[in-house]
Design a binder for this molecule. Sequence first.
Ligand code: HSE
Length: 297
Amino acid sequence: ESIKVFAPATVANLSCGFDVLGCCLDTVGDEMLIQKNDLKTVRITKITGQDLPLEADKNVAGVAVKAMLEHLNLEQGFDIEIHKKIKAGSGIGSSAASSAGAVFAVNELLGKPYSKNELIPFAMQGEFLASGNAHADNVAPALLGGFSLVKSYEPLEVISLPSPEALRVVVLHPLIEIKTKDSRAILKQTVNLKQAVQQWGNLGAFISGLYTEDYELLGRSLKDDIVEPVRSILIPFFEELDKLSAKHALGFGISGSGPSVFALCKGDENAAKVYEEFQEFYKTKEIEFDLHVSPVN
Ligand code: HSE
């Protein structure tokens, strides 16, 4: 018995929601093939597309599935094949896709002992392995689809949010690697009250925009004076891309912990224009890049 799953890429933070907000990219992601084995062990049998550890305890998918089996007190083994399309260290939830895809597939093969929401803590174990921090803003939208809000971590409470139909996300990934662990380490641990007020105002407004399908409000709420100023220094041509996107995108920011950046757009036409503008601009630079465009779903 085997199952093939699509493990989607995700954009975390969305500027105003550091560690609590994320969305799922409908058309960008990995493929995974998972089957039961008779060995009572979890094995990563094959990885294509990226050079990642095959040892289950060092692989985010292996760790997430093991956490789940331990919770179920089950000795069943699984073989996991991962076909990576998302590059590691890209900022679009590469590790989250593998963790979330693996626990989702195993749950299906076991007859769904858990709801999708209940799978989030297991997938978070993979994030802990990858970055030293068990954040849920990539794994939650990868499992639930659309937009997710982490209302609280202790206890974990995740809320699914509506996804306005015309939203498109353009992601530019400069092919330099920024490790989430490193880009978390440079962040200040305290926030000034004035900045915090602005940030929760924007987060609330963004969520309101999702419910009311107010695209302009969504764009105006994509602001971040806390994390972005620190991290954007690591991203080549961040300012230029921000300015470039202003004409056709609703808003612009860092995708997760970078180096990918994203532009939120209304409709395919605007997304195509931003895609082209990014492409033309980056083509003239020394850095190689990937470009993606996707609805949120
Ligand atoms: N919220 C996380 C961060 C996402 O920004 O560090 C990265 O995986």
